[in-house]
Design a protein around this ligand. Structure first.
Ligand code: ZLM
Ligand code: CA
Ligand code: ZN
Length: 393
């Protein structure tokens, strides 16, 4: 891997904690922190650590978590014990305290440590970007966009993204949050609902009745009251099953291009949830690693300081592919990579599918029929452009 060198005059910092990856949500729970180990081992096999500053993420302190989450909630999160036999209760159960202990957000051994390490990585990343020590900082263990101020939601307990953006706001006047996870980034949208210093933009599968969390309609653009500073500062791109690389790239470029023109962000926070890839266990889209990574490449070209967060991603080998490819984009070594999975990669067998040679980019899986007519995709862009006429910074 001698081809991989530091990009000149450009710093990428990489924040991980091997302790975080050892936690388990439970036998068949879709969220597998172990996917972070698989991703990191692939990144290492390509020799990418040579091109970055690598840090072990520290655990965030109670006070740091308290910058967004309430004392009550954190106290409970830190003291509640895992149940010997996990209850099979739905998250909709009103008896759950802070929505903890249902099937989506189970209580498990070391839960508080897991949460504080995820947040610690994202806070470290934000500080590197604030100090201008990193042009891009990467926290694949973060991206837990559903967590609320006083409530766990959708596999997320602590909103590391909100904490990291709060840190960015100490050094940058305006932050653009972009979310390419297949789910709506509701927690981050809610946290910055009433400010014009953060614009949030989520691309997601939208079906109010049948797909989590059911929010994020095209018309939801922040507070309806024009006197509220946050009005027009929430952008939602609701999509149907099966969207392809080509359509997604066009949408992403048209929407983000216009946002950058009108909102003029000084920094970007990009949540790279990998459940928007084809073949994901929970997702519904048809994106390839190429199309997913194109979003990262587009943002990098804007030349703004940026944090990359992880997020969803429920087919571990594809999560590892996407986040490795996106790490390569950050350190500008895409062209130097041999696209076959290196022979010495630990768990190489995970990438081998049938008779195909295992490659970095190729996702094998049944394509989903595309239920996004071009006309609808154009309407979405039209609506977003109209919203942004109200925004001038
Ligand atoms: N039931 N086990 C994305 C968060 C998505 C809520 C319907 C749970 C699951 C799912 C849990 C082992 C991010 C809902 C679902 C069944 C109420 C969701 C445990 C399978 C399992 O096999 C499972 C017993 C579990 C959970 C599927 N949950 C699929 N989808 C969503 C939350 C998080 O990617 O955006 C960011 C990290 N929850 O649909 C129900 C309504 C709970
Ligand atoms: Ca999203
Ligand atoms: Zn998701």
């Amino acid at each position: 891997q001698f081809g991989i060198v530091r990009p000149k005059g450009y710093n990428v910092s990489f924040h991980t904690n091997p302790e975080m990856e050892k936690h388990h949500f439970g036998q068949t729970h879709p969220m597998k922190p172990w996917r972070l180990t698989l991703a990191k081992s692939l990144i290492m096999s390509y020799g990418m650590p040579f091109a970055m500053d690598n840090y072990i993420a520290r655990a965030a302190t109670f006070e740091e978590l308290n910058n967004y989450h309430t004392h009550d909630y954190l106290d409970y999160l830190g003291t509640v014990l895992p149940e010997p036999v996990p209850r099979d209760v739905d998250s909709a159960n009103p008896d759950l305290k802070f929505n903890l202990g249902g099937s989506d957000c189970p209580l498990f051994e070391g839960l508080y440590d897991y949460c504080s390490m995820s947040a610690g990585g994202s806070l470290d990343a934000a500080r590197k970007v604030c100090n201008r020590e990193a042009d891009i900082a990467i926290s694949w263990g973060g991206g837990l966009h559903h967590a609320k101020k006083t409530e766990a939601s959708g596999f997320c307990y602590i909103n590391d993204i909100v904490l990291a953006i709060l840190q960015l706001l100490r050094c940058y006047p305006r932050v653009l949050y972009i979310d390419i996870d297949v789910h709506h980034g509701d927690g981050v949208e809610e946290a910055f609902f009433s400010t014009d210093r953060v614009m949030t933009c989520s691309f997601h599968k939208y079906d109010p009745c049948n797909f989590f969390p059911g929010t994020g309609a095209l018309e939801d653009n922040g507070p309806k009251n024009e006197l509220n500073a946050g009005a027009h500062h929430a952008i939602n791109v609701p999509l149907n099953d099966g969207i392809t690389d080509e359509q997604y790239a066009w949408l992403f470029d048209s929407v983000i291009g216009k946002i950058v023109e009108t909102f003029r962000p000084s920094a970007i926070a990009l949540q790279c949830g990998a459940d928007s890839l084809a073949g994901d266990r929970l997702g519904r889209f048809n994106l390839q690693v190429q199309g997913h990574g194109q979003c990262v490449a587009y943002c990098k070209k804007l030349g703004l300081p940026m944090i990359l967060f992880g997020g969803g991603g429920y087919t571990p080998r594809n999560v590892a592919r996407a986040w490795s490819w996106e790490t390569a984009i950050a350190v500008q070594c895409e062209d130097k990579l041999d696209r076959t999975i290196p022979a010495h990669t630990p768990w190489r067998e995970h990438f081998r599918q049938e008779e195909l040679l295992p490659t970095l980019e190729q996702i094998v899986g049944d394509p989903r029929p595309n239920k996004n007519p071009q006309k609808r995709v154009q309407e979405i862009v039209q609506h977003v452009h109209e919203q942004l006429r109200f925004v001038q910074h």
